[in-house]
Design a protein around this ligand. Structure first.
Ligand SMILES: Cc1cc2nc3c(=O)[nH]c(=O)nc-3n(C[C@H](O)[C@H](O)[C@H](O)COP(=O)(O)OP(=O)(O)OC[C@H]3O[C@@H](n4cnc5c(N)ncnc54)[C@H](O)[C@@H]3O)c2cc1C
Length: 391
């Protein structure tokens, strides 16, 4: 049995024919519209604007959002979203594309779930149609892990909040029309935090690109500055002082998408390594016949199996509404460690060939680190799990 991407997967008995046909449909779209251009997008540091319209026409941007705002939610369960993250991993993207073209996946849910109806109507359909963009602004130059101590302030003055401060590492931040932004409206700690939807065209908003990154080159990451920005009070997302709740609510979706993508990237590395090892001859036989290489391959598969089984378990818990932060947090660590291990071992098997740009393993390797840090770092995930387990 060849260990290609699909055959390296554990059988998932929860997937029905509708999921398989969605995968096939999506795979064709990615093969035509995305995969051939990924290297160019990385090299130019940009995904072309017309891709948002193409993604909307295909139905990619709308997946899982309410029909009343132009979304596609009927019959859509978590497996559909997982398949999207998996297929992006299969073509060798460990978050670069998701953090650009699909970054509304973290910016928009706070609005959908907690904004006033009039704001939802103004923002959600435009984003889902690919006409406007939205990002999420939590991290600040002073730090991203300690969210409860963020320092960007929003002072109420009549019908406006006056916002001062800055956010950094904001994915999609250069092109965003709105930023769902964590601000301090009250006193110290988590209870003083609110979420505010900040339109980037407002006076006092400025931004600079963070374009010299280790990975995610196609993603327009930004630092965003707020200098006495007047934001209408109806742009408050949820209640004042409840921002921490909105943020926590958001993190789980982001983490599960990252987890599934990381597991798929690990599988992509395995498939690439096996394919190379079967054809590359050294010392008179294929690499795959050397014991050291065979062990590398089976160690990769062993870790992927464990991560996949754990992911299937947590996905089912999410679907049934019985997931917990701790298990999800530890799964994120499991997934980033598995991806990092597989990227390293695959690159070792590919040898010098992997050091050249333009192959999947090389891209995944350079996108590994951000996955171990963004959306909650490994250290913070372990700590969060410890707290959940009563420690
Ligand atoms: C490419 C990229 C894109 C990103 N996109 C976004 C985005 O769209 N929106 C957004 O808001 N943020 C985004 N981030 C920010 C990301 O969420 C943060 O980098 C992350 O939360 C960690 O924050 P920090 O980098 O400030 O590290 P810090 O919080 O300063 O921590 C530094 C290191 O110390 C460790 N550490 C911190 N506290 C503890 C502790 N108590 N115990 C043990 N170890 C600890 C951390 O794990 C980390 O390894 C992005 C980051 C990158 C790199």
């Amino acid at each position: 049995m060849a260990l290609d991407f699909d055959s390296a997967a554990l059988y998932n008995e929860k997937l029905g024919p509708e999921h398989h046909s969605w995968r096939e449909h999506l795979r064709k779209f990615l093969a035509v519209e995305v995969e051939p251009f990924m290297d160019d997008w990385d090299e130019s540091g940009k995904i072309p604007d017309e891709m948002w319209k193409k993604a909307a026409d295909f139905g990619l941007l709308q997946l899982g959002y309410p029909e009343e705002f132009g979304g596609i939610s009927e019959g859509i369960d978590q497996h559909y979203l997982n398949i999207l993250s998996e297929e992006l991993g299969r073509i060798g993207s460990a978050g670069g594309i998701a953090s650009t073209l699909l970054v509304h996946g973290i910016g928009l849910p706070p609005v959908v779930n907690f904004s006033p109806q009039a704001i939802k109507e103004q923002v959600v359909p435009a984003v889902l149609a690919g006409e406007k963009r939205i990002s999420l602004g939590i991290t600040e130059p002073s730090g991203g892990s300690d969210v409860a101590n963020l320092t960007t302030t929003a002072r109420r003055e009549g019908d406006f909040y006056i916002v001062n401060g800055s956010k950094t590492f904001i994915s999609g931040g250069m092109g965003a029309d709105w930023i769902s932004t964590a601000v301090r409206t009250g006193g110290e700690g988590g209870g003083g935090i609110s979420m505010l939807l900040i339109p980037t065209h407002l006076e006092g908003v400025s931004r600079t690109p963070l374009d010299k990154k280790q990975g995610w080159w196609c993603s327009d990451t930004a630092t965003i500055y707020f200098d006495d920005v007047k934001v209408p009070v109806d742009h408050l997302i949820g209640e004042e002082g409840h921002g921490f709740l909105v943020i926590l609510n958001n993190f789980n979706n982001e983490r599960l998408a990252m987890i599934v993508n990381m597991e798929a990237c690990a599988r992509c590395c395995l498939a690439e390594a096996v394919s190379w090892a079967e054809q590359r001859m050294t010392f008179g036989k294929p690499l795959s016949k050397h014991q050291v290489i065979r062990h590398k391959i089976t160690q990769m598969k062993q870790r992927i199996n464990a991560t996949q089984a754990y992911t299937q378990h947590v996905t089912q818990a999410v679907i049934e509404g019985r997931s917990n932060f701790g298990d999800l947090a530890l799964l994120k660590v499991q997934a980033s460690e598995t991806m990092e291990f597989c990227a390293r071992e695959a690159s070792q098997i590919l040898g010098g060939a992997c050091y050249l740009r333009g192959n999947k393993v090389e891209r995944i390797y350079r996108e590994v680190r951000v996955n171990a840090i963004g959306g909650g770092s490994e250290e913070i995930m372990r700590d969060l799990a410890a707290g959940q387990y009563g420690l």
